[in-house]
Design a protein around this ligand. Structure first.
Ligand code: NI
Length: 423
């Protein structure tokens, strides 16, 4: 099946926006620029007032928690976690997770996201949801231990083996939860398994002052130093948050080739602070962008994160050149794809995987078009998205979801929320 995006403004790998033709054949971008002789388009997307972007990549989230949106906001952190989120999670069934994941996937698709890395409790429902709705996802089972650590590893590897070769859009990484929820020995075990199986690692790191102090007390070092001692840090590691990284930590992460995903809204909402993103960028660290879960954001909308990540760092550093718009867009696209290990994703170029997002830019807040890239970061809201393609298949076409039964998902989520006493 061929799709032609005809005469469309497109964000190209050099971070310029130019009018071009983009041909998609199967799950790949066949050409950018001239339409190849003999190319047949079954579908033509006319480019007038449209902008084509690489699909956005959400580099840290917990989609199964989407049904906890707004259920316990503005509370002290311990009360939020221990009094609400943890007890709710304990009551969730695999089926609840499935519908909650579909709600999250639906939200991400509607605002132009094509891939995410997700830390789950019921991996099997997340993989099923992603396979069915056509979304691209890297799944991790949140691993904590030693207590229950072996069981969680077995659950993860059971699912990993079951999905081998089944769906190229559903891939796996090991997800040791955080330095404070895993013992040193457990972290070493997970790091060894990652090397043995050639799997990526996804972990929360230096998210809060509490964590920083606890690790200092227990081990006499920073969370990054502890993880390095345990063999967790490497080029296939994606570290989430990194709010309290010091200069030595940043140098260490850069040296090990670790990617860091910043989650500006979640860090603000949980009162954790602001990550040193300009310093990470300066050190050459691959920085990606994420939302975190809906219980701590509360939206799964990368357009919101794009404006936050640019504005915040200008505000706290006093440097108006900090995290420019093009840098933020790289975080949400090509850097995210690299962080997730998604080869061929994140850029609009011949041969790349056809994960694409189309925006209707005929909006007053996107005019005049003197600098569309800048307007995209500072003004776009996500609801301009009209079409979303993952692996060459439209999941959203002319504003309509093609793979998700919107009403059914909303019904099932409400039903579960009533059972859990949230509605
Ligand atoms: Ni998280």
């Amino acid at each position: 099946m061929g799709v032609l995006f005809r005469g469309i403004l497109a964000l190209l790998p050099d971070m310029t926006i130019r009018e071009t033709d983009v041909c998609v054949e199967g799950n790949r971008i066949a050409a950018v620029g001239e339409v190849p002789a003999g190319f047949h388009a079954d579908t033509v997307v006319e480019g007038k007032d449209r902008l084509l972007l690489p699909g956005l990549v959400n580099a840290h989230t917990h989609t199964y928690m989407t049904m906890f949106r707004g259920c316990a906001d503005d509370l002290p952190f311990a009360e939020w976690l221990n009094g609400h989120i943890d007890p709710l999670e304990a009551q969730m069934t695999a089926e609840d997770c499935y519908w909650s994941t579909l709600l999250g996937n639906m939200e991400m698709i509607l605002n132009g996201t094509t891939a995410s890395i997700d830390m789950f409790i019921y991996t099997e429902t997340a993989s099923r949801a992603a396979e069915e709705c056509g979304f691209r996802t890297v799944l991790t089972r949140g691993l904590t231990g030693p207590e229950g650590g072996e069981r969680r590893l077995n659950e993860f590897f059971g699912e990993y083996e079951a999905w081998k070769g089944r769906c190229s859009r559903v891939t796996f990484a090991l997800g040791p939860h955080a330095p404070y929820s895993c013992s040193e020995e457990y972290l070493r075990q997970v790091a060894d398994l990652a090397r043995e199986k050639d799997l990526g690692l996804h972990i929360h790191i230096s998210e809060s002052k509490f964590e920083q102090n606890l690790i200092r007390q227990q081990y006499g070092c920073t969370p990054a130093e502890l993880l390095d001692k345990c063999g967790i840090l490497g080029p296939k590691t994606l570290a989430a948050h990194g709010v309290y990284l010091d200069e030595a930590d940043i140098a260490l992460l850069a040296e090990r080739g670790v990617s860091v995903v910043t989650n500006p809204v979640s860090n603000l909402k949980l009162g954790n602070g602001i990550a040193p993103v300009p310093k990470l960028l300066e050190a050459g660290v691959n920085v990606a962008l994420g939302t975190d879960g809906a219980a701590s954001n509360n939206a799964l909308n990368l357009f919101r994160e794009l404006s936050f990540v640019t504005l915040l760092h200008k505000g706290v550093t006093g440097d108006t050149t900090a995290v420019p718009a093009a840098e933020a867009l790289k975080m949400a696209t090509v850097n995210g794809a690299k962080a997730l290990g998604l080869a061929g994703c994140g850029e609009i170029k011949a041969g790349a995987v056809a994960d694409l997002t189309v925006l209707d830019i005929d909006k007053p807040w996107l005019r005049p078009r003197c600098d569309l890239l800048s307007s995209l970061v500072y003004c776009a809201r996500g609801d301009e998205v009209t079409d979303v393609m993952v692996d060459g298949r439209f999941l959203l076409r002319k504003g309509e979801l093609t793979t998700i039964d919107r009403e059914r998902v909303l019904f099932e989520v409400d039903k579960t929320c009533k059972r859990l006493g949230l509605l």
